[in-house]
Ligand binder design. Structure first.
Ligand SMILES: *[C@@H]1O[C@H](CO)[C@@H](O)[C@H](O)[C@H]1NC(C)=O
Ligand SMILES: *[C@@H]1O[C@H](CO)[C@@H](O)[C@H](O)[C@H]1NC(C)=O
Ligand SMILES: *[C@@H]1O[C@H](CO)[C@@H](O)[C@H](O)[C@H]1NC(C)=O
Ligand SMILES: *[C@@H]1O[C@H](CO)[C@@H](O)[C@H](O)[C@H]1NC(C)=O
Ligand SMILES: *[C@@H]1O[C@H](CO)[C@@H](O)[C@H](O)[C@H]1NC(C)=O
Ligand SMILES: *[C@@H]1O[C@H](CO)[C@@H](O)[C@H](O)[C@H]1NC(C)=O
Ligand SMILES: *[C@@H]1O[C@H](CO)[C@@H](O)[C@H](O)[C@H]1NC(C)=O
Ligand SMILES: *[C@@H]1O[C@H](CO)[C@@H](O)[C@H](O)[C@H]1NC(C)=O
Ligand SMILES: *[C@@H]1O[C@H](CO)[C@@H](O)[C@H](O)[C@H]1NC(C)=O
Ligand SMILES: *[C@@H]1O[C@H](CO)[C@@H](O)[C@H](O)[C@H]1NC(C)=O
Length: 745
C-alpha cells in the first residue's frame, strides 16, 4: 500500500507541474488528447482522486479515442479549444448528394450535435454550396426553425471563365451564418429533374466551413476532395445571463474574472480581468500578469523603470529624475528636460572633471619635479655637508641661516636688474629685502664645480663664525638653487674705491677718516689672519672690496676668493686671483698667495688712501702705471708730499702721515717675509691713530710749523729721522724697500 501510494505520488508530480504551469485543466483530469489540450470547463471523465466530473457541465464532456488520439465532441473531432475566446474548433461532414439516378437527388442532411451550449460562430464561418445544379440549405433550429442557403448553377462542360478560387455563384456559392444559430442541419439537393446522368458533374455539396478555409476550384466540380470541413463553434456556459448566473452557486467565473453575456443572450462566458491571465473557469482563478517581465506587455523605457501592480504596472523614473518612465514620456535629470542638454551637461561635467584632475596631476608632478630639483641642488651645493657640520657643532655663535630659494627670490623681486648692486668675476650681488624688513646683499656666485663644494661649505661655516665690526657679516646661504647664494648684511654707503676716487667726495675725506679706515681694515685683516681658529687669507684686498656704512666705518667684504689656510700650512697653491695692482708681486714667482699677500694688497690700499690715486692707471706715464712702485720711487727720492692727496697733510699730522707712508712702504715690499704681519700693521696704525688723538689739540697749535716742514721735500730723510716714533723702523724699511725695489726690477 505504502509503495503504491508512493508511486502514485511520483506519477502526480508531472501532472501537478503541468497544472500549476498551465492551470488549464482540473487536477487529476486528462489535460491533453493527442495534440489538443483540454482546458476546463471541458473535460473527460472524472477526477481520479475526488471522483468529480472533469467538465463543468455535461455539454462540455469530451471523449478521447485513445487508438487514434483524437479528441471528440460527440462524433466530431476537436482540433482546438479556446477558453479565453470561448471557441471550439471542430470538423463536420460535408452534405453530399449525387444524382446518378434519373430524378431529384436524395437529401443527405448533416447535423451538428443538438446542444444549446454551442452556436455556430457567425463571425468565423460561412455556409458554402458547390455544384452545377445545387440547392444548399442550412437549417437552424432554435425554438423555431429558420433557414438559409444558396443555389449554384453552371453549364456543362465547365467554362473557362469560371473564376478559380472565387465562390461567387457559378459552381460555388456562400452565405453568412446568422448570429446565435444552434442545432444546425445542412442539406444539399438539385434543383432540376436530371434525366441524363452522364453530366460532368452529377453531385451537389453543402457544408459550413471556417471562413477563408475553403478555396474554390473548378476541379472540385468533377472531383470534390473533402469529406470533413473545419468550423468554429462559440460555446457559452449554461443558459443564463451573467446577471442571473452570478448569484447562483454554479456560477462558473472564478477569481479575478469578468463575466460576458453571449451575443444572443443565451448563456455567458468568463474572462480574466485586464492585467490577469489564466483560466477564468479554473478554481484557481486568474493570476496577475507581471507585465514588467514581458517587454511587449509594458511601455516602460526599461525593466528597471517598471513596477508591477496587481492587475497592472507602473512606469517610474529614478529618484531625482522627472518624467513618467514610459517610452513616450522618458526620464530626465532635474537640471534639464532636454535629453540633448542632458548629454551635453554630462559631457561637460565629465570633461571638466577630466581637465581638473589632469591639471591637478600636472601641478603635483611639476611641484614634485621642482622639489626634486631643489633637493638635487641642495645636495650638489653641499647642503648635506653643511647640515652635518651644523649639527656637529654646539657653538651658539654659529648663526648661519639656510634660506629657501623662494625667500630670496621674493627678496630680490625675482633677481631684478634694478636691484643689482655689484657685478664682477665672483658673480652678481643683489640688494634684497627680507620679509622682516631687513635689507641684505645677496651674492649669486658663479657656477662651481663639485670639487669646490666642500671648500665652499667650509668657508660658509668659517665666515659665519666671524663676528668683527669691520667685516661684512655673512647671514646665511641658500643651496636650493643651481648656484649657491650667499646672504650678507647690506652696507649702504658704497666702497672705499668710490670714496677715494670720486673727486667730489674725496675732498671731504679728512686725514683722520683715512687713517681710521686704514686702521679698521688692518684690524679686520689681522683678525682674519690670526683671530679665527684657522687662518683666512682674503686674497682680494682692494679698495673696491672695502665697504663703508653711513658713519664711514669700513667693512671688509667679498671673500669669494678667500681661502682657508690650515695652521700647518703657510701657503696655498692657487689659480691666478686677486686684482692687478694689488696683487703680491711674489705671487708671480711662487704662484702662492699667503697672508703676506694680503699685507701687500693692504699696503696698496693705504697708498691709495694717501695719494688718492688708483692702484693701476694707464693714463699715467709708463713708470707710474703701478701705484705702489710709483709711490716707492717718490718716497725714495724724498718727494712724498708731491704724491700725497691734496689737503691731506698739515703741520699737525705731517709726522703721522709720514709714519703711515713708511708703513705702507713696508707692506709693499717685494719679499713677503720682509713685510710686517697684519697684526703688526694693525698695532702700528692703532698707535699712530692714538697719538693723533692725544696730540690733537697740541698739534693744532703747531699747524704752521708743520706746513713749513712739509714744504721741504728734500729734507725727507731728516724728516724721518726727526720723528722719534718709528724712527728705527723707518731706517730699516727704507733700505729694504730700496733694495727690494731694485732687485724686483
Ligand atoms: C457528472 O456527469 C454525469 C454525466 O456525464 C452527470 O450525470 C452528473 O450529474 C454529473 N455530475 C455533476 C456533479 O455535475
Ligand atoms: C476509435 O476510432 C476507431 C477508428 O475510427 C474506431 O474503430 C473505434 O471504435 C473508436 N473507438 C472509440 C472508443 O470511439
Ligand atoms: C486554438 O485557438 C486559439 C484561439 O483561436 C489559437 O490561438 C491557437 O493557436 C489555436 N491552436 C491550434 C493548435 O490551432
Ligand atoms: C455520374 O453518374 C453516372 C451514372 O451513375 C456515373 O457513371 C458517373 O461516373 C457519375 N459521374 C461522376 C462525375 O460522378
Ligand atoms: C423526372 O423525369 C422522369 C422522366 O422524364 C419522370 O418519369 C419523373 O417523373 C420526373 N420526376 C419528377 C419529380 O418530376
Ligand atoms: C424557446 O423555448 C423555450 C421552451 O421550450 C422557451 O422557454 C423560450 O422562451 C423560447 N425562446 C425563444 C427565443 O422563443
Ligand atoms: C435540433 O434539430 C433536430 C432535427 O432537426 C431536432 O430533432 C431537435 O429537437 C433540435 N433541437 C433543438 C434544441 O431545437
Ligand atoms: C441525355 O443526353 C443525351 C446526350 O446529351 C441526349 O441525347 C438525350 O436526349 C438526353 N436524355 C434526356 C432524357 O434528356
Ligand atoms: C485556402 O487558401 C488560404 C489562403 O491562401 C489557405 O490558408 C488555406 O489553407 C487554403 N485552404 C485549403 C483547404 O487549402
Ligand atoms: C507619460 O508621458 C507621456 C509624455 O509626456 C504621455 O504621452 C503619457 O501619456 C504619459 N503616461 C502616463 C502613464 O502618464
Amino acid at each position: 500500500m505504502e509503495t503504491m501510494r508512493f508511486t502514485k505520488l511520483w506519477l502526480w508530480i508531472p501532472l501537478l507541474l503541468v497544472a500549476t504551469a498551465e492551470a488549464q485543466s482540473l487536477e487529476g483530469c486528462l489535460n491533453k488528447c493527442g495534440d489538443v489540450e483540454i482546458p476546463y470547463p471541458f473535460g473527460i471523465g472524472v477526477q481520479s482522486r475526488t471522483g468529480r466530473n472533469c467538465s463543468l457541465q455535461e455539454s462540455f464532456e469530451l471523449t478521447c479515442n485513445s487508438s487514434t488520439s483524437t479528441l471528440l465532441y460527440g462524433d466530431h473531432p476537436v482540433s482546438n479549444i479556446s477558453v479565453q475566446g470561448g471557441h471550439l474548433d471542430i470538423s463536420m461532414s460535408v452534405s453530399k448528394v449525387c444524382y446518378n439516378q434519373p430524378g431529384v437527388a436524395l437529401l443527405n442532411p448533416q447535423s451538428l450535435v443538438n446542444n444549446p451550449s454551442f452556436a455556430v460562430s457567425s463571425v468565423q464561418n460561412k455556409f458554402i454550396s458547390v455544384g452545377c445544379d445545387t440547392l444548399g440549405i442550412v437549417q437552424f433550429q432554435n425554438n423555431r426553425t429558420s433557414y438559409g442557403g444558396c443555389v449554384t448553377l453552371c453549364n456543362a462542360p465547365p467554362q473557362q471563365d469560371l473564376n478559380d478560387k472565387t465562390c461567387s455563384g457559378t459552381g460555388c456559392c456562400q452565405v453568412d451564418i446568422p448570429v446565435g444559430m444552434r442545432n444546425i442541419t445542412v442539406v444539399a439537393s438539385s434543383v432540376f429533374n436530371h434525366t441524363n446522368v452522364s453530366d460532368f458533374n452529377n453531385c451537389s455539396y453543402g457544408f459550413v466551413a471556417k471562413q477563408n478555409w475553403f478555396n474554390f476550384s473548378v476541379d472540385y466540380l468533377r472531383d470534390f476532395p473533402f469529406d470533413m470541413v473545419p468550423l468554429v463553434l462559440d460555446w457559452t456556459v449554461s443558459d443564463h445571463t451573467c446577471h442571473a448566473a452570478s448569484t447562483r452557486s454554479d456560477y462558473a467565473c472564478t477569481a479575478n474574472t469578468d463575466c460576458a453575456d453571449s451575443d444572443d443572450g443565451f448563456g455567458y462566458n468568463c474572462k480574466c480581468k485586464p492585467g490577469f491571465d489564466g483560466n477564468p473557469y479554473h478554481p484557481d482563478g486568474c493570476h496577475d500578469v507581471d507585465e514588467c517581465q514581458q517587454e511587449s506587455a509594458n511601455n516602460c523605457i526599461s525593466k528597471e523603470n517598471c513596477r508591477n501592480t496587481i492587475g497592472s504596472f507602473e512606469c517610474f523614473c529614478p529618484p531625482g529624475y522627472s518624467g513618467n518612465g514610459t517610452t513616450a514620456g522618458g526620464c530626465y535629470p532635474p537640471l534639464s528636460k532636454n535629453p540633448l542638454t542632458m548629454v551635453f551637461t554630462g559631457i561637460s561635467i565629465g570633461l571638466a572633471a577630466l581637465f581638473m584632475s589632469m591639471s591637478w596631476l600636472y601641478l603635483v608632478s611639476q611641484k614634485r619635479k621642482h622639489m626634486k630639483q631643489k633637493e638635487k641642488f641642495f645636495r650638489q651645493n653641499g647642503g648635506s655637508i653643511l647640515q652635518q657640520q651644523l649639527s656637529g657643532r654646539h657653538e651658539t655663535s654659529l648663526a648661519v641661516k639656510i634660506f629657501t630659494a623662494e625667500e630670496l627670490k621674493r627678496a630680490t623681486n625675482n633677481y631684478h636688474d634694478n636691484l643689482i648692486i655689484g657685478r664682477g668675476g665672483f658673480g652678481t650681488v643683489y640688494k634684497g629685502f627680507l620679509t622682516d624688513k631687513k635689507i641684505v646683499a645677496i651674492k649669486k656666485s658663479k657656477l662651481m664645480n663639485q670639487s669646490q663644494v666642500e671648500q665652499f661649505i667650509n668657508e660658509v661655516i668659517v665666515l659665519s663664525q666671524i663676528n668683527h665690526r669691520n667685516i661684512v657679516k655673512l647671514l646665511g646661504c641658500c643651496l636650493e638653487t643651481e648656484v649657491p647664494l650667499l646672504v650678507y648684511e647690506f652696507i649702504n654707503n658704497g666702497t672705499l674705491y668710490d670714496l677715494i676716487h670720486n673727486k667730489g667726495k674725496s675732498a671731504l675725506v679728512t686725514w683722520e677718516t683715512r687713517l681710521r679706515i686704514a686702521s679698521e681694515v688692518a684690524g679686520a685683516l689681522s683678525y682674519l689672519h690670526s683671530a679665527a681658529s684657522i687662518s683666512i687669507v682674503h686674497r682680494d684686498v682692494k679698495s673696491a672690496n672695502i665697504l663703508l656704512d653711513e658713519s664711514c666705518t669700513a667693512k671688509v667684504s667679498d671673500f669669494g676668493a678667500s681661502r682657508l689656510v690650515p695652521l700647518d700650512q703657510t701657503a696655498l697653491a692657487t689659480m691666478v686671483q686677486g686684482t692687478f695692482g694689488y696683487l703680491d708681486p711674489e705671487y708671480m714667482q711662487t704662484n702662492q698667495l699667503t697672508e703676506k699677500s694680503d699685507v701687500y694688497s693692504f699696503g696698496v690700499v693705504v697708498i691709495e688712501l694717501l695719494t688718492g690715486k688708483k692702484a693701476v692707471s694707464f693714463e699715467r706715464p709708463e713708470e707710474e702705471v703701478n701705484l705702489a712702485m710709483h709711490f716707492l720711487s717718490y718716497l725714495k727720492q724724498g718727494h712724498l708730499h708731491e704724491i700725497l692727496e691734496d689737503g691731506i697733510i698739515n703741520n699737525e699730522n705731517k709726522e703721522r702721515v709720514k709714519e703711515v707712508a713708511m708703513l705702507a712702504a713696508r707692506c709693499v715690499r717685494l719679499r713677503g717675509e720682509e713685510r710686517p704681519s697684519m697684526k703688526e700693521v694693525a698695532a702700528e696704525l692703532e698707535g699712530i691713530k692714538m697719538v693723533g688723538d692725544q696730540l690733537g689739540v697740541k698739534r693744532e697749535l703747531n699747524l704752521e710749523e708743520t706746513q713749513t716742514l712739509l714744504g721741504e721735500t728734500s729734507k725727507f730723510n731728516e724728516y724721518g729721522d726727526s720723528i722719534d716714533h718709528g724712527n728705527r723702523v723707518w731706517d730699516s724699511i727704507t733700505d729694504h724697500v730700496l733694495i727690494d725695489f731694485d732687485s724686483g726690477r
